[in-house]
Design a protein around this ligand. Structure first.
Ligand SMILES: Nc1ncnc2c1ncn2[C@@H]1O[C@H](COP(=O)(O)OP(=O)(O)OP(=O)(O)O)[C@@H](O)[C@H]1O
Ligand SMILES: [Mg+2]
Length: 240
């Protein structure tokens, strides 16, 4: 397939009088690892929600593999290959780590034995296999972040959007998460959009960075040029 994997055409989203996304347009090619930055309230999570159609755009179009998916039910979007993790880590605490991952695998694999085998492979890939039988609520913060990745991986997305999965982790834990993201991108061929407040992390891992402020896309380019962009510098200084 030629053409971009994902394309936004002038996407806006209103909440009452607030324009949370304002005429946002960009393309993502298959295989890219793209960082998404911006101050609190810039519209980053709303962007992901608008792409997956959890919060459909008020206007504009979202195209995936050349098809207009605007207004599709979320389950149809997910079945077509787009998955996102949520900002608040939402594991099912009573269930084991393996069961949490199995839920994702069962979305596309009806045979329980095959789904289970796949879930175990995904846990091994993420480095969580030793905790497979623990209740998810007993995990450390870093292991919960790993579980978020394993659950998303189990859905077998082509495009995975990760919303601040590294919040609160130590530098060493962040480094390990970045290795996992790179592996998902390179070894599994997953196109990644990654929202992250840790600037050092996002600049290190991203091939390209999109910067948002007040719902507008203010910069789109390689990490070093975006980090030096006057509007981006201003947006971050303005945070106080
Ligand atoms: N469901 C909603 N209803 C009303 N307003 C919303 C809703 N979701 C987001 N907003 C508002 O839209 C704006 C953008 O919010 P969003 O959560 O997308 O920002 P963000 O960039 O993800 O911020 P953060 O870095 O704090 O996670 C904010 O002003 C927020 O209060
Ligand atoms: Mg957010």
């Amino acid at each position: 397939m030629s053409g971009p994997l994902l394309e936004l055409r002038s996407v806006s989203r209103r909440f009452g009088g607030l324009l949370a996304l304002s005429e946002v347009s960009f393309q993502v090619q298959a295989g890219e690892l793209v960082g998404v930055i911006g101050p609190n309230g810039a519209g980053k999570s709303t962007l992901f929600n608008a792409i997956v159609q959890l919060i459909p755009p008020s206007s504009g179009q979202v195209l995936y593999q050349g098809r207009d998916i605007t207004g599709w039910p979320v389950n149809r979007v997910v079945a077509s290959g787009i998955t996102k993790t949520s900002q608040m880590v939402q594991v099912f605490g009573e269930m084991t780590v393996l069961e949490n991952v199995l839920i994702g695998a069962l979305l596309h694999q009806r045979r329980l034995d095959l789904a289970r085998r796949q879930a175990i492979e995904d846990l091994e890939f993420i480095g969580l296999a030793p905790r497979a039988e623990l209740p998810a609520r007993d995990l450390t913060l870093a292991d919960r972040a790993r579980l978020e990745l394993a659950r998303a991986l189990a859905v077998r997305p082509r495009l995975l959007m990760i919303d601040e999965v590294m919040a609160g982790l130590t530098e060493a834990e962040v480094g390990e998460m970045l290795d996992r993201l790179r592996a998902m991108n390179r070894e599994r061929g997953i196109t990644l959009l990654v929202i992250e407040h840790n600037m050092r992390a996002v600049m290190e891992v991203s091939q390209r960075v999109l910067a948002f402020e007040q719902g507008r896309l203010i910069a789109d380019g390689d990490p070093s040029s975006v980090s030096r962009d006057p509007q981006v510098v201003e947006a971050y200084l303005g945070m106080g």
